[in-house]
Ligand binder design. Sequence first.
Ligand SMILES: Nc1ncnc2c1ncn2[C@@H]1O[C@H](COP(=O)(O)OP(=O)(O)O)[C@@H](O)[C@H]1O
Ligand SMILES: [Mg+2]
Length: 268
Amino acid sequence: MSETRTFDVQDVTLRFGGVVSLSHVTLFQKSGEILAVIGPNGAGKTSLFNSLTGVYQPQEGTITFTGANGRATSIIGKKAHRVAALGVARTFQASRMFSALTVFENVKIGAESHRGFGAVGAMLRGPRTRRDERESDQDTLRLLEFVGLRNQANTVSASLSYGDRRRLEIARGLATKPQVLLLDEPAAGTNPAEKIELTDLIRKVRDEMGVSILLIEHDMKLVMSLAERLYVLNFGSVIAEGTPDEIRANPVVIEAYLGSSASETGGR
Ligand SMILES: Nc1ncnc2c1ncn2[C@@H]1O[C@H](COP(=O)(O)OP(=O)(O)O)[C@@H](O)[C@H]1O
Ligand SMILES: [Mg+2]
C-alpha cells in the first residue's frame, strides 16, 4: 500500500486584493509525520493553516485531506466546522480558551463540540443521560492526565502559566479526537524549561495517540529537534523542503531566512 498523505496541497494561491499571501504552494504531509512550516513574519504560515482548516478559501489550487478511513476529501470551499469534523484540529497563535472557565470545563467543551453539540450548544443544551455525562467527564480527565494538567483540573484557566496554557490548548484540540493537529507557534511566550516539556508533549501526542502534527514555530531549536521534515516559506512561496539537517545546510534558507531573521529567532 502506498503512503497516505494527511494533506496534499497542490499549486495553491491565496490573494487578498493585491496582496499575495500564498503563491503556487505545493506541499504534503505524510500520515503520522511531525511536519513543520517555518519562515519569517508575513511569509504566509498562518495563511496556510487557515487555508488547510477552511478559514481562508484560496482562489487557485487544490487541498486534499485523507482521514483514517482512507477517504480523500477536498478542503477548498468547505467551512471550518466541516473541516474540523473530518479530523483536523488546531490551536491558534493567540489563545482562544475561555479564561473564566476551569481547565476541566475548557477541555470538556472541546470534547462536546466533537459530539455534535457545538461550543454554545454544549452550554445551552438540555439534560443528557448520566452515562453520557460520565463518559465525557472520564474522557476529559484522561486527556488532562495525558497532557499533565490533571492536578489543575479545577484551576481557573486565566491563572495558568504560559506553558500550562499551551498544554490546555493542545488538550482542547485533542478533545475532538483528530487525525491531525495543527499547532500555530505552540511555544510562544514560554520559558526554556517549558519549551522542552512542550516538545516532549507534542512528540508524545504523535507517538502514543498516532495524531499527525503540523507545526508552525519560530523557535529554531525547538522546531529542529521536533520536526522530521520542514518546509520553508518566504513571501508566500515554498523556497525549501527537507530534513532538519538539510534545511540547516541549505544556502537558500540561510540567505532568505536564518540570516535575515537571526535576531527574531533568538529572541523568542
Ligand atoms: N485576512 C487577511 N486579509 C488581508 N491580508 C492578509 C490576511 N491574512 C493574511 N494576510 C496577509 O498575508 C501575508 C501573510 O501573512 P501570514 O499568513 O499571517 O504570515 P505569517 O503567519 O507567516 O507571519 C501578510 O502580508 C498578511 O498581511
Ligand atoms: Mg502567523
